[in-house]
Design a protein around this ligand. Structure first.
Ligand SMILES: [Fe+2]
Length: 204
């Protein structure tokens, strides 16, 4: 039997073993300056790339994005991070993130600074779960749980629906997230009309 694994969705996982995640958490705690509503995950929008404390980490993010660009054979000069933020799920409040996508972005990412509740990615081929006569399978589930571990980065298509489950840990759950867009000459080698020249300015 030949199996055609057509139209798969690719997510990219990297591990950083050199950054001091606890140190970064202490920086984030100092940045934290908002009214805390203990309902859902706290999301703080800041341009972390602009902070000296995060330069090493974002330099590594850029390397990871370059690896993805090469793997995907994207016809563009580079992938540039356009914005970044961090989320905190406080301990003992079962904080979560509702299902969502990221707009104005090609690829998005979640970087885990700590352990905690998983990020849940939904199977984008919704037709196979909408079938009226769905036959359940022993080895298939329409969700993928990405378990946090300090130093783990997951890069995913921005159109992919995802969420995070309620956090039941006794320590806060910290993640950094970012979006990116293609930069420079886009599609110039592979198209004559569907192309653009773009210069991303990171001024979040
Ligand atoms: Fe997200």
């Amino acid at each position: 039997m030949e199996v055609l694994n057509l139209f798969p969705t690719e997510l990219f996982v990297f591990k950083n073993t050199s950054v001091d995640n606890q140190q970064l958490i202490s920086y984030l705690d100092k940045l934290e300056n908002i009214e805390i509503k203990k309902t859902s995950t706290l999301s703080m929008l800041v341009n972390l790339k602009g902070y000296d404390e995060f330069k090493e980490l974002f330099s590594w993010f850029d390397q990871c994005l370059n690896s993805v660009k090469n793997h995907m054979k994207y016809d563009c000069d580079s992938l540039e991070i356009t914005n970044s933020w961090f989320n905190v799920a406080l301990a003992d409040y079962q904080m979560y993130q509702n299902v969502h996508r990221h707009s104005m972005s090609l690829l998005s990412a979640v970087y885990y600074l700590s352990e905690g509740s998983p990020t849940v990615f939904e199977d984008p081929v919704i037709h196979r779960t909408q079938a009226q006569l769905e036959v359940l399978r022993f080895d298939y589930h329409p969700f993928y749980n990405s378990d946090p571990e300090p130093g783990k980065l997951v890069i995913f298509p921005s159109w992919m629906y995802h969420s995070s489950l309620p956090h039941y840990g006794d320590k806060n759950r910290y993640i950094i997230s970012f979006n990116c867009l293609p930069n420079g000459k886009i599609n110039h080698n592979l198209a004559t009309d569907s192309k653009a020249t773009v210069r991303i300015i990171n001024d979040q």
